[in-house]
Design a binder for this molecule. Structure first.
Ligand code: GRF
Length: 205
């Protein structure tokens, strides 16, 4: 099945620091990534990334998630994404699990970045897990989001070495540098319309 987004309008979802969002926004501003950030949505009004989105003059929408059913929140997010004519949803440190309501609204239209080489180390705090496990390489993975935890088809990965003197912080920083590069590359690839899904595999035609 060929993945062909209808346009190049991105919807960014974030809950925190927002460095991946900034890397993508910078790449677009410099003309290296042909895309447009249609809307930045956050469930954390004071998230640093959300403040930076406002400072850049982007369209921002705050949608509170606390004390409300997941599907109700997701419906509101989907409504906003549709309102802003988004064809590719980019999770950039969005600390929420998505319900089927959301996933089914954007089939192969939601990307996530994970700071480990999936399928190794899904979940949270994975840089520390890779270090403590004794892995000699780690990295990051951009994948389509489906209804499994960090389990959707992989679009791109980048590998970094784990050094003997690494701490969680130094390893995280090395991985993050690759995240900032690889996320824009994956977005570009998906928007190009050259990706095909063959089983679990994303192949470039
Ligand atoms: C990144 O490590 C990303 O891989 C993970 O959440 C973190 C978000 O960082 N999904 P930032 O908010 O983009 O700086």
């Amino acid at each position: 099945m060929r993945i062909q987004p209808a346009n190049r309008r991105l919807g960014i979802l974030l809950s925190g620091r927002g460095s991946n969002f900034e890397a993508i926004a910078d790449r677009i501003a410099s003309g290296k990534l042909n895309a447009e950030i249609a809307v930045v949505i956050s469930n954390v009004e004071s998230a640093p990334g959300f403040e930076r989105a406002r400072a850049r003059g982007l369209t921002t929408v705050y949608i509170p998630s606390q004390r409300r059913p997941r599907e109700e929140f997701d419906r509101e997010v989907v409504e906003q994404l549709r309102k802003h004519n988004v064809s590719l949803v980019v999770l950039a440190g969005f600390m929420r699990l998505l319900s089927r309501v959301f996933i089914e609204a954007f089939p192969y239209g939601i990307l996530n970045i994970h700071p480990a080489l999936l399928p190794a180390f899904p979940g949270m705090d994975v840089q520390r897990q890779a270090l403590e496990y004794g892995a000699k390489f780690s990295g990051c993975t951009v994948h389509f989001v489906d209804d499994t935890l960090d389990g959707g088809p992989i679009i791109l990965q980048a590998v970094v070495p784990v050094r003997d003197d690494d701490t969680t912080e130094t390893l995280s920083a090395r991985i993050l540098k690759e995240e900032h590069r690889v996320y824009s590359e994956a977005i570009d690839l998906v928007l190009s319309g050259h990706c095909e899904i063959e089983g679990r595999r994303v192949v470039v035609k």
